[in-house]
Design a protein around this ligand. Structure first.
Ligand code: GLV
Length: 326
């Protein structure tokens, strides 16, 4: 029996690739950079399964030119790079990797919070530049985390994990979401504007949707305290980058710590990179060895299920199983 053809858009941990090799004819894109769109589209046109990353654009045009495609499995929890409606219309299930990265991502968001509060990056640069001459009574004074107010925007799995970390550090935790979410972190629901006005640390945990695009805009930034810190481990376009630059440059907020940017990667001449009060790291919040391996294995499981005609264990468009064949 011939094996199904699968295109994997980047080299993944071996545990996942070994699973796939046993059941599929695999082609793995060898570069560090994603395949160009036209290459991806040409590959998609000839395969039964695609294993994708968040930097791969899976749009209607690509899905329409992929007659054999039976499953798209994304190795990430977020899937704003995929036109899910078009996939559903084409009866193609889309998989993702929820749950396994929750605590790892929340750990990292909290690490950014701590780094921002205690000026870790600035302090390290200070030492590297040979500026450390003595113990200074007012040297690099930061903000206390304990006792401060953490405002969480988006109280899903990762938002709740962030709330638990905040409570563990004796913070007051507020959150906002479309509706109040029962949670075990003692976090109090409040509308967005009140959260922005009260929080010392605002942490973003919403998916990117038309509703959350530029949720943090000039108006939102103006509501924040001038001492406030913004942490983004969600998606870059949730924040308006020009408004953020203006607010940071004018001291309207104190600091931003960003794991995600818009665009990604951030161009080397982006004005945000000129600011001392903006810490930017390259979208690595879920990047621990254990979690990235679990994500890849989960993506392989979704892919194999899809190829076998079984429901994906973690499917973002279960409606695909209800729609009658055209
Ligand atoms: C990473 O950002 C993910 O969505 O898994």
């Amino acid at each position: 029996m011939t094996k199904p053809n699968v295109f994997v858009t980047r080299h993944l941990p071996d545990a996942a690739l070994d699973m796939l090799r046993q059941a599929c004819d695999l082609e793995i894109w060898p570069d560090e950079l994603p395949p160009p769109y036209d290459t991806l589209k040409a590959k998609a046109a000839t395969v039964d399964g695609l294993l994708t990353l968040l930097s791969d654009q899976i749009d209607q045009e690509l899905l329409h030119s992929a007659p054999q495609l039976r499953v798209v499995s994304q190795c990430a929890v977020g899937y704003d790079n995929i036109d899910v409606a078009a996939a559903t219309a084409a009866h193609i299930p889309v998989g993702h990797t929820p749950g396994v990265l929750t605590d790892t991502t929340a750990d990292f968001a909290f690490a950014l919070l701590m780094a921002a509060a205690r000026r870790i990056e600035e302090a390290a640069r200070y030492v590297h530049a040979g500026k450390w001459r003595t113990w200074g009574p007012t040297l690099l004074m930061g903000q206390d985390v304990w006792g401060a107010t953490l405002g969480i925007i988006g109280m899903g799995r990762i938002g709740q994990a962030m709330a638990r970390r905040g409570r563990g550090f004796n913070m007051r935790v507020l959150y906002t979401d479309a509706v109040p979410v029962p949670n075990d972190a003692g976090a109090a629901y409040t509308p967005l504007d009140n959260l922005l006005a009260q929080a010392d640390f605002v942490s973003l945990h919403v998916p990117l949707t038309p509703e959350t695009h530029h949720l943090i805009d000039r108006r939102a930034l103006k509501l924040m305290k001038s001492s406030a810190v913004l942490i983004n481990t969600a998606r870059g376009p949730v924040v308006d980058p020009q408004a953020l630059y203006a607010a940071l440059a004018a001291g309207e907020i104190a600091y931003a710590a960003l794991d995600v940017t818009d665009p990604e990667p951030i161009p080397p001449d982006d004005p945000l990179l000129t600011l001392a009060n903006c810490l930017i790291v390259p979208h690595i919040a879920s990047s621990s060895v254990r979690t990235r391996t679990k994500m890849a294995v989960m993506a392989a499981e979704n892919l194999l299920a899809g190829l076998a005609g079984k429901p994906l264990p973690y499917c973002v468009n279960p409606a695909v199983y209800n729609t009658a064949e055209d």
